[in-house]
Ligand binder design. Structure first.
Ligand code: COA
Length: 172
């Protein structure tokens, strides 16, 4: 199936909560993380705000169906990936990789110094995937403030701190 990746428009917002919910179904394959499939997702209003104020890209197939999205924000000349979701039915077709690549391309074009994210260390479609794209796990003591903040919020949300990590792709 072929997809185009483009900037999200306000009219896309209504489709994004269902994509995030569907994407999270993948966590049911790990009993210790299955609860993530039942947690709240961002609302349509929050997606509208992000489309206006942050960076959101979507992947759309030739039938104008949205398959996934990526949301990122600027922090002090860094681009931080806040969310990446691909609907279960569209996973495993390269959509996730293309969404990460468009965020990296944007950061490069804007001459940002790095792209960052937080993720699970030990989930096959999380840190190992980003590692193959060139991201590196950030050592303790080397986290920027927005990463410490994100990791702290994740613990408050119920994530096991030892399973989470922050990663950085330094841009040349
Ligand atoms: C992570 C996610 C966005 C990847 O989307 P996708 O469209 O399936 O990704 P791709 O098809 O581009 O595959 C990306 C890589 O992940 C690997 N991968 C994808 N699904 C996988 C799975 N179920 N198990 C193991 N590896 C998997 C692929 O082999 C691929 O590796 P490669 O590019 O090095 O060859 C998708 O799995 C998802 O929405 N997951 C739930 C939400 C989530 O974990 N988001 C990321 C939070 S940090």
């Amino acid at each position: 199936m072929s997809f185009v990746v483009r900037r999200a428009r306000p009219s896309d917002a209504a489709a994004l909560p269902a994509i995030e919910r569907s994407a999270a179904e993948l966590f049911r394959t790990d009993p210790s993380l299955a609860w993530l499939a039942d947690t709240d997702v961002a609302s349509v209003a929050q997606h509208c705000q992000a489309i206006d104020n942050a960076h959101v890209w979507v992947a759309e197939n030739t039938s104008a169906q949205l398959a996934g999205f990526i949301r990122a924000r600027d922090f002090d000349n860094l681009l931080h990936i806040e969310e990446l979701s691909v609907s279960l039915g569209f996973q495993g077709q390269g959509v996730g990789r293309r969404l990460v690549l468009i965020a990296i391309e944007h950061a490069r074009r804007e001459q940002m110094r790095a792209v960052t994210l937080t993720t699970f260390r030990d989930v096959p479609w999380n840190a190992p995937f980003y590692q193959r794209m060139g991201f590196v796990v950030i050592a303790p003591g080397e986290h920027e403030a927005h990463l410490l903040d994100a990791l702290q919020k994740e613990v408050e949300h119920g994530f096991a701190a030892e399973r989470r990590c922050a990663m950085r792709l330094i841009l040349p």
